[in-house]
Ligand binder design. Structure first.
Ligand code: SF4
Length: 349
């Protein structure tokens, strides 16, 4: 089937409404960039999901980072995405204006050089992410161990995707099928979706990021729905294998173990967080929290957005008082956040 034929069929689709969740923020961006919605029948809906790690990082985690950064001999190292996300009191950006020590890095491995050059400073890396970034933190830990770096620890908020997708399947019965997250699937492989597809009777299609990849994946979902199938189909085989990246999975397994974890806006999801194993607790800067005083900013509907219950423009604050320059909720801050992506592409949905 040619691309033109697929587009023709997707535009003409007139069966039962199909709601497809794209879990990954990069897929959401690509859907806008390629004008995918405009090519689909109104009966095929694309819904954005929980694939933004910064968006689901609890406020207490940000509060703790700020407490650490305020200590005069400490410095927090982080990626830029975390700077504007608000904790219960303020964001890291605001904390810097009040004297907090924060340095933005592009690669976690830069932390090694910095820690070696300033041995009098205790550095704490804000290790936030899904399976895509966790192996990099594992490599960082390898370096810390082998180079005997004593002034660098991690504050972790690391999560895995399958329990979150499972949560969506349990709670949001209106989602009919999933575009599986592309980058995460590179690490975890495509076989891991088989149990979900079977249990919830929903197709899972792993897609690449180009427009034609997404269209082919959506076409495959529509085909399966029309034929009453619910299978895992890997359509991104040049990057995603059945079993995933074994080297990356091994480094995760070496340092981290699964525990229940808290997702901002969602709550606790069983066995969804990666925490440092006991043997490596000396590298932990206090990542276990006794209590999550969860609170979304007043009026913010990030939780409904990441669970696919509403699209961002349905939030009353969207683009009125919540914008990337002055974000109210975390979904507007991160480059992978659904609200931020919709804001940048407003008028194109
Ligand atoms: Fe939250 Fe802003 Fe998104 Fe509304 S538009 S859900 S306030 S991030």
């Amino acid at each position: 089937m040619t691309l033109d034929q697929m587009i023709e069929k997707l535009a003409a689709y007139d069966g039962e409404e199909i709601k497809i969740m794209e879990v990954c923020g990069t897929h959401t961006s690509s859907i806008f960039k390629n004008g995918i919605r405009s090519l689909l029948s109104p009966k095929i809906k694309l819904i954005s999901g929980p694939g933004c790690p910064v968006c689901v990082t609890p406020t207490v985690y940000i509060d703790k980072l700020i407490d650490i950064a305020m200590h005069k001999e400490h410095c927090v190292l982080t990626f830029g995405d975390m700077m504007k996300v608000k904790g219960s009191r303020m964001s890291l950006t605001s904390a810097v204006s009040q004297g907090a020590h924060v340095q933005v890095l592009y690669s976690p491995l830069d932390a090694i050089k910095i820690a070696k050059e300033h041995k009098d400073v205790q550095y704490v890396f804000a290790a936030v992410g899904f399976e895509t970034t966790t192996p990099v933190y594992g490599v960082l830990l390898d370096e810390i161990e082998s180079k005997k770096i004593e002034n660098l620890k991690l504050l972790t908020s690391l999560k895995i995707m399958i329990p979150a997708i499972s949560y969506v399947c349990e709670k949001e019965d209106k989602i009919d099928a999933f575009l599986a997250p592309g980058h995460v699937s590179v690490i975890i492989g495509s076989d891991v979706y088989k149990d979900l597809a079977k249990k919830y009777k929903k197709p899972f299609v792993v897609a690449g990021f180009e427009g034609e990849h997404l269209l082919a994946a959506i076409y495959e979902i529509v085909r399966q729905k029309e034929q009453g199938q619910y299978e895992v189909k890997n359509m991104y085989k040049n990057a995603v294998s059945d079993k995933g990246n074994q080297a990356a999975l091994s480094v995760i397994e070496k340092y981290f173990e699964l525990e229940d974890d808290f997702w901002r806006g969602i709550g606790v999801i069983k066995k969804s967080g990666l925490h440092l194993k006991d043997a490596y607790q000396k590298y932990d800067a206090g990542s276990d929290f006794d209590e999550y005083r969860e609170k979304m900013p007043n009026g913010c509907r990030c939780a409904d957005v990441i669970l696919g219950r509403i699209t961002p423009p349905k939030c009353p604050l969207f683009s009125k008082i919540c914008t990337p320059m002055d974000a109210v909720g975390p979904c507007m801050v991160s480059t992978e956040g659904v609200c931020g992506i919709w804001y940048k592409n407003r008028g194109k949905a």
